[in-house]
Design a protein around this ligand. Structure first.
Ligand code: ZN
Length: 651
């Protein structure tokens, strides 16, 4: 009897956690049996080990999905109860050196007889263990443990200082004239009644801070807020010093020259120099247009433009020349017609077709589709696109099943969820999207297709599994670029009442609005990326950190920031988040996506050989090879930064 290709979406919250505990117990026993095998090989050890992981994920995913899209006290409780045993199990497996030894023995014995996918599974597993120090002697291992502990204390302190400084500040504005021009909702939330008078209280918290910097008419107050914001948490300077010291020590214990080198070990960038060259090339090419954009901006202000003025005058300039009226676009983007149009587009781009499936899901607005390529069933996708109270905000793709072959060589197909928060439709009113929503939908579909159209037989490197960090956003950004192409938009952008197609002029306006001050924006991102990456290349301490930032700004900054600006003390992405020596990844993936996008657009978008190649190389091979190799296979050359400049209208 053949199995159903997709797990039905059923979840019993009452029995979930007892089932989970049973599964974990079962896995523990299986693992002991696997480790007991005398002659371990890929088939008898790694395959069942990897499938154990896959099945646990498959069991847990519906709960985390439900907790995000139909959140209730019940899902919260079951979810919270499930996390500790799961985390404990994960730590146990991650620290089990017998597993690491088993992978190494199998690599020695069998590596040359294995296929590319299996080799990649072995390499990534061994790398994972070694990056956490599994191969080290006891002394360095203990030191690494201490460093990790200290690192988490320091990052915690860094965020806490930032949070305290953010909360400790307030600016009271007494005159209503000084808040004129702010959106009414921001004025309302800043109102403070004091001694029978209305005052306006601004803080460094988002979104109020941004609101004043964008719309606040008083230069004086903008500067005061800006000064407070960019000089927050001066005590973080010593934390930065220690963090940089321990990260360098950690990287060197693990055999790397620097933390940047350690960071790219799991990324697609081939060398630290390639990252620097890449960022500097973009900066050099964006500089002139950035300068021109600034000159235009300067004409908006009577006085010399300063760092705390750019947001304010940019907003005025945008309103005058580049603004689009979102409400005028909405009638052209009725949700059902956008989704169907996207399916037609994907069929003409890749030859993939979508067929609706009648399946009972978690909400009546959610839908399921089967994906076929050349009449062969390949995957299932679940769309849950409309906002509702029980759903977490934002948009995301969540992968569920991965394409693979199990222990008995049975093929398993892939599935994934796309979740958005579009306006809810009612019987009377259709759900009308903003163009931004259309872009979001294309973006998440790019992630989903990357996962679902995999043909890899090893789940650990199938679809989005095992894809390098700086390449993950490549397929999503690639697809989102098409949401600005007239030929694609005209497939579905039709007025929901009279069928009129969105005009070329309106499409052109979308592109112009997207590229508003794109060179200035790019230079800013490059400043963060270059500073972050170079800072982790050798050991910078004390004033050297500021000097490095100043030197970086010579290439990226168009207006010299005031000397009180200590941006680094608030750079939480890299000092309190996971982006250290990785901030460049955003731009890196953008270049790949722009480059592949234009290669197809220049051939006419639809029914191209390159579209099929993209499906068979980039999407089908998932994480089974470095994206560096896959990209080369696709275009026969290295990625070119020129494509990103072209996409952003630079040059
Ligand atoms: Zn994404």
């Amino acid at each position: 009897m053949s199995k159903q290709p997709f797990i039905p979406f059923e979840i019993n919250l009452e029995t979930f956690n007892s089932e989970l505990l049973e599964k974990l117990e079962h896995n523990r026993k299986t693992l002991i049996q696997l480790l007991d095998i005398k002659e371990k090989d890929y088939q008898n050890f790694i395959k069942p080990f990897e499938m154990m992981d896959e099945r646990l994920d498959q069991f847990f995913t519906p709960l985390s999905h439900l907790n995000s899209v139909n959140n209730s006290e019940a899902t919260q409780k079951v979810y919270a109860d499930a996390l500790p045993p799961l985390t404990e199990y994960g730590t146990e497996v991650g620290q089990n050196l017998a597993i690491y030894e088993a992978f190494k023995i199998i690599k020695e014995r069998e590596y040359n007889r294995l296929n590319q996918e299996q080799k990649r599974v072995i390499d990534l597993n061994i790398q994972g263990f070694e990056l956490s120090g599994a191969h080290l002697d006891l002394g360095p291992k203990e030191r690494l443990k201490a460093i990790n502990l200290r690192k988490s204390e320091l990052t915690n302190e860094f965020s806490q200082n930032l949070l305290d400084a953010t909360n400790a500040y307030e600016l009271i504005i007494e005159d209503a004239k000084d808040v004129e021009g702010l959106p009414q909702s921001d004025i309302e939330s800043s109102k403070l009644e004091k001694d029978g008078k209305t005052h306006y209280r601004f803080t460094l918290q988002m979104p109020l801070y941004i609101a004043y910097m964008t719309y606040g008419p008083s230069k004086h107050y903008r500067e005061e807020l800006y000064r407070a914001y960019t000089s927050r948490a001066p005590q973080n300077a010593t934390i930065i010093d220690e963090l940089l010291r321990v990260k360098m020590e950690m990287a060197q214990l693990l055999g790397f020259k620097s933390y940047s080198e350690y960071s790219i070990a799991t990324k697609m960038a081939p060398s630290t120099q390639s990252v620097i060259d890449f960022l500097e090339e973009l900066a050099t090419n964006a500089h002139q247009q950035g300068q021109e954009e600034l000159e235009v901006l300067k004409t908006m202000s009577k006085e010399p433009l300063e760092s705390f003025d750019t947001g304010y005058y940019s907003e005025i300039l945008k309103k005058e020349k580049y603004d689009i009226d979102e409400e005028a676009y909405r009638p052209y983007f009725e949700q059902n017609s956008v989704v169907e149009g996207m399916f037609i587009f994907l069929h003409r781009l890749f030859g993939v077709s979508f067929r609706a499936v009648d399946e009972k899901l978690w909400d009546e607005k959610a839908t399921a589709y089967d994906l076929y390529v050349d009449e062969k069933l390949r995957a299932r996708i679940y769309l849950d696109l409309e906002a509702r109270e029980s759903k977490r905000g934002g948009a995301w793709m969540h992968n569920w099943q991965s394409h693979c072959r199990d222990e008995n060589n049975h093929e398993q197909l892939a599935s994934s969820f796309i979740v958005c928060n579009f306006p809810a439709s009612t019987k009377e009113n259709p759900s009308l999207l903003r163009h931004d929503d259309v872009v979001t939908l294309f973006h998440e579909m790019g992630h989903a297709l990357h996962h679902m159209l995999s043909t890899v037989d090893e789940n650990g490197v199938s679809g989005v599994n095992g894809v390098e960090w700086d390449a993950v956003e490549f397929p999503s950004q690639f697809l989102e670029n098409f949401a600005y192409e007239p030929e694609v938009l005209k497939l579905f952008a039709k007025h929901h009442e009279n069928g009129e197609v969105l005009s070329d002029i309106m499409i052109e306006k979308l592109v112009r609005a997207k590229n508003f001050q794109s060179a200035m924006g790019m230079l800013r991102q490059l400043e963060f990326s270059l500073f972050d990456f170079k800072l982790h290349l050798s050991l910078y301490q004390g004033d050297e950190v500021q000097h490095l930032l100043d030197r970086t700004r010579e290439k990226t900054s168009l207006i010299k920031p005031p000397s009180y600006n200590k941006f680094q003390n608030g750079f939480a992405h890299i000092f309190a988040g996971g982006y250290a020596a990785g901030y460049y990844s955003y731009k890196w993936a953008e270049v790949l996506s722009a480059d592949a996008f234009f290669a197809i657009v220049d051939q006419g978008i639809f029914d191209t050989k390159l579209g099929k190649d993209y499906l068979n190389i980039i999407l089908a091979k998932g994480g089974s090879q470095s994206m560096q190799e896959l990209f080369n296979d696709l275009l026969g050359r290295e990625p070119q930064t020129q494509s990103l400049l072209r996409l952003n209208g630079i040059g």
